[in-house]
Design a protein around this ligand. Structure first.
Ligand SMILES: NC(=O)c1ccc[n+]([C@@H]2O[C@H](COP(=O)([O-])OP(=O)(O)OC[C@H]3O[C@@H](n4cnc5c(N)ncnc54)[C@H](O)[C@@H]3O)[C@@H](O)[C@H]2O)c1
Length: 327
């Protein structure tokens, strides 16, 4: 395949970044259709990036020939699009979180596997050079403990602060940290969470916790702590990941990676900017070979699993095992 035909479901803030990169950094790629339930958004996006506008993706999937589909809708809006596309042999880029329930995610995962289509989830941090170095550094070491936090503010999208629509911050945002822990340290099998809402917010319908403190166990026997907050609405937030292994601590940030104590030449050297994920996906589609994709759908589903278990534990006040720990 030379030219790759791409369509989009969702034309919001995140999708427009993907559209821009598809146009600018992916060779011989054409955007053939863009669907958004907001007709104005669909129109505006097609004017800028090309393709035909749609407000109903069933119609779009029925009428438009495409090689690949991006699904970038709010978490609650993942219903049947991925399944219909997979059954048609269309390769899938799905934004995180891949769904809001394990049932839906497992259904989509089975459809992808059955159809044999290529899938990629927007966990772009997996592609960072800092993560590549961290993974290499960790290879063969005994991970003892993980410590991470993501403290930030409240994004502007209305659905984000409604639990039934976003799943809350851990499912929607801190999933990036959870995914990195899994990618670098292996599977998380059990979680214990404490959630609270400690401030009031002006956003209508705000019903998610704004502080979340969780501990977890990994399959390897290591233990970890994750704290997450969206209370830093005036700035000053921070996000870090520390991994204790072989009596050293690896310190990872999006633009830095180091370890103490001692010399660690594998981690040294200037880091390039975070590479775009889109060319990796589009090239995989062009070649019909998904082996370069570090974040296939099943990996996205496993990260969702951990974050949903955290939410459940936040509700029950008890330790919760992840679905994949027992299945
Ligand atoms: N990988 C990342 O770092 C990253 C960054 C930002 C957002 N995201 C993810 O991207 C997704 C979208 O986030 P966003 O910030 O663009 O939200 P957004 O609200 O700006 O855009 C979502 C769009 O989807 C549309 N939509 C909803 N239901 C639809 C349907 N059934 N059919 C067609 N369109 C529909 C909405 O009208 C809206 O335009 C979320 O899952 C979010 O977590 C990922």
């Amino acid at each position: 395949m030379s030219g790759v035909k791409v369509a989009f479901i969702g034309a919001g803030g995140n999708a427009s970044g993907h559209m821009k990169r598809v146009k600018e950094v992916c060779d011989e790629t054409e955007i053939v259709a863009i669907c958004d339930i907001d007709a104005e958004r669909a129109e505006k996006a097609t004017e800028e990036f090309g393709g035909a506008p749609y407000t109903d993706y069933h119609q779009m999937l029925d009428k438009v020939g495409m090689d690949a589909l991006y699904v970038s809708v709010p978490p609650f809006a993942h219903t049947d699009a991925e399944i219909i596309a997979a059954e048609k042999g269309i390769h899938l880029f799905v934004e995180k979180p891949v769904a809001l329930t394990m049932e839906k995610g497992l259904e989509v995962s089975a459809a992808i596997e059955k159809a044999g289509v290529i899938s990629c989830v927007g966990y772009q941090l997996r592609y960072a050079e800092s993560v590549r170095r961290a993974k290499k550094w960790l290879d063969g070491k005994t991970v003892a403990m993980v410590n991470t936090h993501r403290w930030g503010g409240v994004p502007g999208t209305a659905w984000w602060c409604v639990m039934s629509k976003s799943g809350g911050q851990i499912v929607e945002q801190t999933t990036h940290q959870v995914d990195l822990i899994r990618y670098l340290c292996g599977e998380i099998t059990e979680v214990q969470a404490n959630y609270a809402l400690r401030h009031s917010y002006e956003n209508k319908g705000f019903d998610i916790p704004d502080v979340m403190a969780t501990t977890f166990k990994l399959a390897s026997g290591a233990v970890g702590v994750l704290t997450s907050s969206c209370a830093m609405i005036n700035g000053g937030g921070k996000g870090e990941l520390e991994i204790m292994a072989d009596h050293c601590v690896l310190k990872w940030g999006t633009t830095s990676v180091s370890a103490v104590p001692g010399e660690h030449p594998d981690l040294a050297g200037e880091l390039p900017p975070l590479p775009p994920i889109d060319p990796v996906f589009i090239e995989a589609v062009r070649k019909g070979d998904g082996s370069s994709i570090l974040s296939p759908y099943l990996e996205g589903l496993k990260s969702l699993d951990v974050t949903l278990a955290m939410n459940k534990s936040g509700e029950t006040g008890k330790p919760e095992r992840t679905y994949f720990a027992d299945n």
